[in-house]
Structure formats: C-alpha cells, structure tokens
Write a protein of this length. Structure first.
Length: 285
C-alpha cells in the first residue's frame, strides 16, 4: 500500500460518509467504522476504484469495550501505518432534565462520545509513531463551550473531549502527532433530527426551533467540515495542535501565516474566564 491511511468512525452516513468520500478523493486508503456493516458496504461501493488505495470496513459498537479491542486487532493486522484518525461517531444521548434520565443512558453517552475516542487515540499512537507522526481529529459538538440544558450527557462528554484533546496534544507533540477538535456547527443529520422527534418540552424551545430551522434551510455545510479536516490532515497545518476550531466561523486557512501568534496564546482553547478578562477587577487578586 503506497497511500496514506485514514480511520474514520461513524462513516456510514452524514458527515462520516462525506469525510470518507473526500479523503478517498485525496488519495487516502480508508478504514471505515460504524455499527451497520451493510451501510458501510454501500459507502465502500460508492467510492470510485483507485489504484494503490484500499478501503476496509468493519462494524463496531463503540459502547462495547470488546468491539474496540477487535477493531484494534484488525487495524494492526491489516494496516502497517495510520496517518489520520477522525473520531466522528457520536450519539445525542438522552434528552431532558438530568434528574429524569437513567444512569445507564447517561453513562452510555459518555462512553461513546468520550471514552471510545480516548481508547482509539491510545490505540493509534504506536502506528503513527513508527512513521514519524500523524493527525488526530476529534469532533466536538453543541454544549462543549457553553451550558446546554436538557443535553447534559452529550455536552459533558464533548467538553471533556476537548480538554482531553488539549492534554493529548501536549503529550504527543514530541512524537509528531497533532491533535485538534472541530466544531462543525449545526448540520442536517440524523443526530440533530432526534431533537425533532422529542417534544419541545424535553429539548427546550430554543433547541427545537434551531433543529427545525436547520432541517428547512440545510444548516452548516458538511463539505466545509471536510475541507477543515483535510486541512488539518495536511502539511499546511503543521504546527497547529491542541486547538478547538470552528469550521464555520474561524478563518483557519489563514492560521499557518500566524503560527507564532497562535502558539504563544491560549486562543481557540477551553479556558476559565476571570473578571479582569471582562474589565471587572473586583473579583481577582
């Protein structure tokens, strides 16, 4: 195999499917993961044949630790390298007031949206290290940077994933691995559609109205998210790591021209805001 390799989770539909097509077009071999093998097979069949590229698929339930171990075994058996990991798979989880939600539903959301990506990050480091480095892209989501009532499990997992990514970026910097998070914006996906299947009283009027608007108007562009993912996977983004990047609102194409400024500050990261940051000096020493 002469091509670079990208592992993409949640690749059977929505953004994952778009990412698979874009990375394939960019000459990557693919290892595509999702729960439905049949849907993955459809994605694989839709990829135009290309020489020196392969597409391998595998069904995997990321809520089950044994499935992740199987994924690890197959990855190490079938691929001699891994250049890009995109942790795209996720679930909305339970919608409603936290005290009305079962502990098992809350924990499952944390497992799939946080613990599974962490496990995959741990798994891929040896493969990336042996080829001099790699790129890890974790998909953030709504509630990661601000309170999101009625979506406590999802928001908590995504906020934790960002802080993990910042930490992991520092740990892997010296071995050439770059780790960043993408905030994709509200996209027209089955994940967002789950909000419309719940009563507004559960999700909240604001969430329900936003989801309705996205399904009418189309929402954030998945192609734009794929553009950002390819940028982060490329040498153009060398030096950019440990950041939370909005595909919609950030001018990330210009960041390579400002690396010194970017890396000397804590911009585009999760941080505590203190009084002096807002011109209120009465609360800080």
């Amino acid at each position: 195999m002469n091509s670079k390799v990208a592992l993409i989770t949640g690749a059977s539909r929505g953004l994952g499917k778009v990412l698979a097509h874009r990375f394939w077009k960019s000459r990557y071999s693919l290892y595509l993961i999702a729960r439905s093998y049949d849907e993955l097979q459809k994605v694989k069949t839709s990829l135009p044949p290309r020489s020196n590229q392969v597409c391998d698929i595998d069904s995997c339930d990321l809520s089950i630790s044994e499935s992740i171990e199987h994924l690890k075994s197959k990855l190490y058996t079938n691929f001699s390298r891994l250049d890009v990991l995109i942790n795209n798979a996720g679930i909305q989880g339970p919608i409603g007031k936290t005290w009305t939600i079962s502990a098992s539903d809350w924990q499952k959301t944390i497992h799939i949206n946080l613990l599974a990506p962490v496990a995959l990050c741990q798994i891929v480091v040896p493969l990336m290290k042996q080829t001099g480095g790699g790129v890890i892209i974790n998909l953030s989501g709504g509630g990661a940077t601000a309170p999101r009532p009625n979506f406590s499990a999802y928001a908590t997992a995504k906020a934790a994933l960002i802080r993990f990514s910042e930490t992991f970026a520092e740990e892997t910097r010296e071995i050439g691995i770059r780790v960043n998070c993408i905030a994709p914006g509200a996209m027209k996906t089955a994940l967002l559609g789950e909000i419309l299947h719940k009563a507004p009283q559960l999700s909240g009027e604001q969430e329900f109205e936003l989801a309705s608007k996205v399904f009418v108007e189309g929402g954030a562009s998945m192609e734009r998210v794929a553009d950002l993912a390819l940028f982060l996977a490329s040498e153009d983004s060398k030096g950019i790591t440990g950041k939370l990047i909005s595909a919609v609102w950030d001018r990330w194409e210009d960041w390579p021209f400002h690396l010194d400024e970017l890396n000397k500050t804590d911009i585009y990261t999760l941080r505590r805001i203190v009084g002096r940051d807002r011109g209120m000096n009465w609360g800080d020493k």
